[in-house]
Design a protein around this ligand. Structure first.
Ligand code: ATP
Ligand code: MG
Length: 418
């Protein structure tokens, strides 16, 4: 089961890029060989969009760099210890990694020996569908039965699942991530069982690696089945205790609304659908998984935001946005709309409420938020001195302006002072 009769040259547009072909040719000169591996081959075979193109090569990292520079390409030594250099060919970055045989593995810190054996390089990869190679001419090489698994959309560890997980516990999350994106039916029983068995060992993983995988999982077109299996195997509460004792049913309804209403997949909104809107817990989650400041703020603001009532007026909503965060209110309204749409199937009242939330969402997304027209300088022109009295007067005017629904102009507000 090595070289297969399969060739992807016709369907892989990306393979015909001049820069890539030049790089592969340079790396394959003089008894060496370079092939494409991983996501690009997998996704071409699945008919899914191709992102990064990763390359595996027999040349040693230094030699890889030398040959790429001779082609006139830029070389960035991204992970020389692991045998990886990034080559930028005609503006496109390629990760080029020397074939390896892992000697020992300590979590992700594998001590690496470089090799020349394609079969061994394939065997140290995680899943069969991730270990397919394509030669420069498009011929596909399969050492691990990946093609059959692509056909069946089956995610299977290469070799013994328990052993592969113990080499790197992140593979538990990768199992569910790739299942979410490409899997069909039920997850592979052996893989699922092994993930459940070693779930507590994920504690040893760095927060960054966990969140990076989880976010990719949550960004899948439909992550709901994967999340369900994660919950059932106990993997979900290990990494996301905030989702415990909280239904994850909303995720199904959210995906349905995304599809019906044309919303883009949004990893954080999906996360919000499976956790409780509790500010302290969201702050804890953000800290534990080391989210970016923007992501942390989004979760906390969402938890803190007032839940708009369905019958809230446009002006009422604009006031909430003025005093809070547009994103937080949009998130709240989307999830409320999702819940009402799900309930509307046999409840006319819910249908009405869904209609209201639909309108509020439009307002939340598009409304211009007015700017308070009076400044401190305006008040000083009216004879106010700098100090607390000026601040209080400004606050009082802002309240008046908000109470009238933003209608009073600067002149009217100032005229009201005297
Ligand atoms: P995508 O780029 O679409 O997320 P990918 O399969 O290309 O998917 P990468 O993270 O870019 O994933 O890794 C490239 C390849 O390296 C994988 O296809 C897999 O063969 C191997 N690989 C990556 N991470 C691991 C890991 N933790 N354990 C074993 N093999 C891995
Ligand atoms: Mg990749």
């Amino acid at each position: 089961m090595k070289k297969t009769a399969l060739n992807i040259a016709d369907r892989a547009k990306w393979l015909h890029t001049a820069g890539l072909q030049k790089l592969l040719a340079a790396l394959s000169d003089g008894g060496e060989e370079a092939r494409i591996v991983g996501g690009a081959v997998r996704n071409t075979l699945l008919g899914e969009p191709v992102g990064d193109v990763d390359i595996a090569t027999t040349t040693l990292p230094q030699e890889t760099g030398k040959r790429a520079v001779n082609c006139g390409f830029k070389v960035v030594p991204t992970g020389v210890d692991h045998g990886t250099v990034t080559v930028v060919a005609h503006g496109v970055p390629y990760e080029v990694t020397t074939l390896r045989t892992d000697v020992e593995t300590y979590g992700r810190q594998a001590s690496v020996a470089f090799g020349r054996d394609w079969q061994i390089d394939a065997a140290r990869r995680d899943f069969t569908i991730n270990a397919l190679y394509a030669c420069a001419n498009g011929d596909v090489v399969d050492y691990v039965g990946g093609l059959a698994d692509i056909e069946a959309r089956r995610l299977r560890f290469i070799g013994d699942a328990e052993q592969r997980i113990q080499e790197d516990y992140l593979r538990i999350l990768r199992f569910f991530r790739f299942f979410a994106w490409y899997g069909a039916g039920r997850p592979d029983a052996e893989g699922l069982k092994a993930c459940a068995k070693f779930k507590t060992s994920m504690q040893s993983l760095s927060a960054e690696r966990i969140w990076s995988e989880l976010k990719k999982l949550l960004a899948a077109p439909d992550p709901s089945r994967a999340l369900l299996w994660m919950r059932q195997s106990g993997v979900l509460s290990q990494i996301l205790p905030e989702s415990e004792k909280w239904g994850i049913d909303t995720i199904h309804a959210l995906i349905r609304s995304e599809q019906d209403l044309g919303w883009q997949p949004d990893a954080l909104l999906r996360l919000q659908a499976i956790v409780q809107p509790d500010a302290a817990r969201m702050a804890g989650l953000g800290k534990r998984l080391r989210l970016s400041n923007a992501d942390k703020a989004r979760l906390e603001n969402w938890a803190l935001a007032d839940m708009p009532k369905p019958e809230l007026s446009d002006t009422g909503l604009i006031k909430l946005i003025y005093g809070g965060s547009r994103q937080a209110l949009t998130d709240r309204i989307r999830l409320a709309l999702v819940a009402e749409r799900a309930a509307a199937e046999n409840d006319d009242q819910a249908m009405m409420r869904a209609g209201h939330y639909n309108r509020l969402l439009e307002v939340a997304l598009t409304a211009q938020i007015p700017v308070f027209p009076v400044s401190g300088a305006d008040l000083m022109q009216q004879g106010f001195e700098k100090g607390p009295a000026l601040g209080q007067a400004l606050k009082a005017l802002e309240k008046k302006w908000l109470d009238c629904g933003f209608k009073l102009t600067k002149e009217e507000l100032l005229a009201g002072l005297s």
